[in-house]
Design a protein around this ligand. Sequence first.
Ligand code: BTN
Length: 247
Amino acid sequence: MEIGAKIFRVKSCPSTNDLAKEMALSGEEEGTVVISDEQTKGRGMKGRKWYSARKKGIYLSVILRPPHSNISLLPLVAGLAVTDAVFDSVGLRIKLRWPNDLIWGKKKLGGILCEGGFLGDRINYAILGIGLNVNHGRGDFPEEIRHQATSLKLISKEDMDENIVLKNLWPALNHWYGRFLQDEKDKIACHFQENSILPLGKEITLVTESGEVAGIYRGIHSQGSLILESRGKRKSFFSAEIKTMKK
Ligand code: BTN
C-alpha cells in the first residue's frame, strides 16, 4: 500500500511512534500513517523529549515493512522526502544534518526518529517518525530550546496550512522509499550529501557513545553511516552526533 493511502488521525497521544508500533504489532500494513494534533510524550533521538504543541506542528509516524534489516538509510530517506515536500509547499530549500535533523540556517525545524522491531534477526516493522515545526511562534517552544528551534511560520512570516505540506509529503515519501526499495543506496546517500549542511572535507567533532572523535568529514556511506577520517584512517559511524563544525 502507498504511504499515506490510509491515515489514522488522533487528537492526542503520548507518541505517534508508540501508537504506530502497537498497530504494526497488531498486523497493520505497510504505508499506514498515524498523525496526532499533539503528543504528550513525544520522543526525539537519544531519549530526548520532542515538544509537540497542539496543532502547531506535524507529528506523524509511518509504518513500514522493509524487506531487509538494514534500515540505517531510512532516516535519510525521510529527511529527503521532507525537504522535497517543504520545497513543493512553500518554496524553501531546507537542509539536512546527518542523521536526522531538518535545518534552516542554524536552527532546527524538525527531526526524524526511526525505530525498528525485529523478530530474531529479521525486521518485522520500522516506524518512521517525523516531527516538523509548522505554525509555532517563538513562545510555543519551551524556553530551553527557543534559541535553537524554528518553524515554517517563523521563517516565512506567514501562517502555514499543514494539509498542503502533508499533501506534498505522501508522494515525496513514496518516491524516496521507492528508491530505497529499488536498492538505490548510493543515490540516496549522494542526494543526502547534496542537501546536507555539512560540506565534504570539513573538520568536525562527533560525539559517540565512547566519547568525542575529531576528524575530516568524508561523506555519507551508502549504508547511511557518516564517514570520518581521523589520523589517516576512515571510520564509519552509525550512531553519533555532530558537535562542532569548523569554518
Ligand atoms: C529528533 O530530532 O531527535 C527526532 C524527533 C522526532 C519527533 C517525531 S514527532 C512524531 C514521532 N513521534 C515521536 O514521539 N517522535 C517522532
